[in-house]
Design a protein around this ligand. Structure first.
Ligand code: NAD
Ligand code: DAO
Ligand code: ZN
Ligand code: ZN
Length: 370
């Protein structure tokens, strides 16, 4: 079939919106009509060339929601008409990783997904001239239609609106999951969240949900304050306005250090500050941000010797087929909020403007509706 998609042709180039060919679903695959897709910082990371593993040409996008149109041989968990959210972290429920209680990093299709290919080693996308185009993070939601492995779709309730639940495909689940699955933060804890963008705001609402006593938000952009307060931030700190070092200021503000700190910036200096503002003896710091190619983190080992723990999280530690439908339920039941974070709605033809808004710090989530 033909569909319309935004193609990343080379690092640093604008996406090209054009018609492409899409092959039908093979065994174990499903064809999905994408109804809405969010623009995540990680897509921009790849488009700009900062992602060392970025492949081109590729159809980017990993945060979406849509409807199953057709299923390949052997597919049993979804059927045409089902509403689904694509998963860049699949859940096969059979591999060594899925069977291990401490990780969500299913490896069933890891190697082909990392090469921009479907599990059989081929791409379903080609240009109208027949040249192959690669998949991205196993999802390619910047296409009106896409093909996904069955293990990489979560079936969700049909009454949930596509233009907001698409965000559960990455940002919402990553932020809330970092609190619930990775930190396993307790009621009454004190936390510091660095970066109040599309991920950090969801960390904040996760902390509010579990009953944190203090939620400190740190951002260089004062324009992020109002939204963060709406989601539960109790204290705002702009590092540019702190006289002296940021870490002792935060340790003092949190009465000895954070029980949990989170980096949602991708900046390695911020990651160090996040670790070092964690409480001596028990504080845990969770890295969510994805750093530029070649970047390294550092701290004095004594920070760890004296009881701080450094952790990281991908997709908030969530097992997608199991956890994503529950998060959609939480949204529909009003336990979490998404709507205010969808700051811009665009047509596919306007997708490059969405990335401009992201760069300018003007959007939290820009969503493309097909
Ligand atoms: P964003 O651009 O919306 O937000 C980042 C925020 O950090 C901005 O508000 C910015 O002003 C602030 N910031 C930047 N430098 C800062 C500094 N030095 N001190 C304080 N604040 C600073 O980005 P996002 O969509 O929220 O994504 C955040 C990070 O999370 C990115 O690196 C992204 O790639 C990563 N990410 C990781 C996962 C995962 O599974 N681990 C999933 C999605 C995104
Ligand atoms: O299993 O080895 C692996 C890699 C899994 C990649 C998980 C993605 C990490 C987070 C990237 C940001 C997501 C938008
Ligand atoms: Zn993302
Ligand atoms: Zn698995």
């Amino acid at each position: 079939m033909r569909t319309r998609a935004a193609i990343a042709t080379a690092a640093g180039e604008p996406l090209q919106v054009t018609e492409v060919n899409l092959g039908g679903p093979r065994a174990g695959e499903v064809l999905v009509e994408i109804k809405a897709t969010g623009l995540c910082h990680t897509d921009e990371f790849t488009r700009s060339g900062a992602d060392p593993e970025g492949l081109f040409p590729a159809i980017l996008g990993h945060e979406g929601a849509g409807v199953v149109l057709e299923v390949g041989d052997g597919v049993t968990s979804v059927k045409p008409g089902d509403h689904v959210i694509p998963l860049y972290t699949p859940e096969c429920r059979e591999c060594e990783y899925c069977l291990h209680p401490k990780t969500n990093l299913c490896q069933a299709i890891r190697s082909t997904q990392g090469q921009g290919l479907m599990p059989d080693g081929t791409s379903r996308f080609t240009t109208l001239d027949g040249d192959p185009i690669l998949h991205y993070m196993g999802c390619s939601t910047f296409s009106n239609h896409t093909v996904l492995p069955e293990i990489a779709v979560a079936r969700v309730r049909p009454d949930a609106p596509f233009d907001t639940i698409c965000y559960i495909g990455c940002g919402v689940t990553t932020g809330i999951g970092a609190v619930i699955n990775t930190a396993r933060a307790e009621p009454g804890c004190r936390a510091v969240v660095f970066g109040l963008g599309g991920i950090g705001l969801n960390v904040i609402q996760g902390l509010r949900m579990i009953g944190a006593r203090q939620i400190v938000g740190v951002d260089l952009n004062p324009g992020k304050r109002v939204m963060a307060e709406h989601f539960g931030m109790t204290d705002f700190v702009n590092p540019a306005e702190v006289a002296g070092d940021l870490v002792p200021y935060l340790v003092d503000l949190t009465k000895g250090g954070a029980d949990y700190s989170f980096d949602a910036t991708g900046n390695v200096d911020v990651m160090r500050a996040a670790l070092e503002c964690a409480h001596k003896g028990w504080g845990e710091s969770i890295i969510i941000g994805v750093a530029p190619a070649g970047a390294e983190i550092s701290t004095r080992p004594f920070q760890l010797v004296t009881g701080r723990t450094w952790k990281g999280t991908a997709f908030g530690g969530a097992r997608g087929r199991t956890d994503v439908p529950k998060i959609v339920d939480w949204y529909m039941e009003g336990r979490i909020e998404i709507d205010p974070m969808i700051t811009h709605r665009l047509a596919l033809d306007e997708i490059n403007r969405g990335f401009d808004l992201m760069h300018a710090g003007e959007s939290i989530r820009a969503v493309v509706q097909y």
